[in-house]
Design a protein around this ligand. Structure first.
Ligand SMILES: NC(=O)c1ccc[n+]([C@@H]2O[C@H](COP(=O)([O-])OP(=O)(O)OC[C@H]3O[C@@H](n4cnc5c(N)ncnc54)[C@H](OP(=O)(O)O)[C@@H]3O)[C@@H](O)[C@H]2O)c1
Length: 312
């Protein structure tokens, strides 16, 4: 497979166990509905899934592998990660990838990201080894600053391998990676920029739609009252394009040249994501959305949320 042109990506962090789904997301979505969502993704041409060993408290990958087997996995593009919670140890990436491949029932992953900027030289050296063995087809990084991305690119350049992509947190209310030049640097260097949690864990959805209580929502709801004007603008834009409020947040990213990674568990969410990719916002709409987002001062996940997890 050559260059992977990503338009939108399905996130899987919310897939997995019942208790986890209820506590974190407020509801459990049965596997059968997630399987229907995967079938819908085939229909919509959304083929890329974002995975990591710890997603769904360690249950998402195995579940993904099982469901992919059932619906047919030939078309599926897998983006997986190595998460360095501790310092580098020889073969740590290899061991983790072997478990991933067993979960996916595949001999390679299409895209593989270094999940955190820890011991960058050593981890990337092992990822390059696995690339050269054909187990990884494209290499990217996640939660990296511009300086860390430059370093990763230098290391990969030396090995003659392009840096495929950067996956950081970015959304309408969290645009620091754009303001500090990382997004432009990616564009200048032909590197795909993927935004995780473009819906801010559900906070950039329609405030008029009631959702069930969850721990996450309990902590985040305080930010909602700062966002009334932003919601007003989002609702107006949604009305103009005959789309939903979350589609405005997704389309916003696409219109900024950013690939949205969106946590979808239901067919409708997959359909909306696929449609949002084709919505053209006007420059006036983008400006109004950004002005309202900036004025709100709302901060939900923060642009560099996982810095604390990088081993010192
Ligand atoms: N690289 C990293 O460090 C990193 C970190 C975190 C996440 N990620 C990736 O990013 C993905 C997305 O993040 P996320 O899942 O945490 O958050 P998200 O995509 O910002 O938000 C998910 C929430 O939005 C709701 N939602 C999704 N589509 C919707 C739609 N069309 N209409 C209304 N509501 C909708 C979901 O509802 P339901 O509750 O009904 O499902 C869920 O509550 C993850 O799954 C993961 O793959 C990467």
């Amino acid at each position: 497979m050559g260059y992977i042109e990503a338009k939108a990506v399905i996130g899987t962090n919310s897939w997995g166990g019942k208790a986890y789904g209820k506590a974190v997301r407020g509801s459990y979505v049965p596997d059968s509905v997630i399987k229907d969502a995967m079938r819908e993704a085939v229909k919509q041409g959304l083929m890329i899934y974002d995975l990591a060993r710890d997603y769904g408290l360690g249950k998402a990958q195995k579940m993904f592998g099982d469901l992919a087997e059932e619906i047919g996995k030939d078309h599926i593009i897998i983006s997986a990660k190595y998460t360095p919670f501790t310092h580098y140890k020889r073969n740590c990436v290899r061991k983790s990838l072997e478990k991933d491949l067993a979960d996916f029932r595949r001999s390679y992953v299409d895209i593989y990201l270094l999940h955190l900027p820890a011991d960058i030289e050593q981890h990337l050296a092992e990822i390059i080894e696995l690339f050269n063995e054909g187990k990884i087809r494209n290499i990217g990084v996640s939660n990296f600053t511009l300086e860390e991305c430059r370093l990763a690119k230098r290391i990969l350049d030396k090995a003659g391998i392009p840096l495929y992509g950067v996956q950081n947190h970015y959304s309408l209310i969290s645009r620091e990676w754009e303001k500090n030049g990382l997004l432009d640097w990616c564009k200048e260097n032909g590197i795909s920029f993927w935004a995780w949690a473009v819906l801010e864990e559900g906070m950039l959805t329609d405030p008029r739609v009631k959702t069930k209580f969850s721990l996450m929502k309990f902590f985040m709801n305080r930010q909602k009252r700062k966002m009334f004007e932003l919601y007003r603008v989002m609702i107006a834009v949604a009305k103009r394009h005959d789309i939903t409020v979350p589609q405005v947040a997704e389309a916003y990213c696409v219109n900024k040249g950013v690939v949205p990674v969106c946590g979808c568990r239901k067919p409708k969410q997959v359909r909306e994501l696929a449609e949002a990719v084709n919505v053209k916002l006007t420059s006036g709409e983008v400006r109004k959305l950004e002005e309202a987002a900036d004025k709100s001062g709302a901060k939900i996940l923060g642009h560099d949320l996982f810095r604390f997890a990088v081993p010192k």
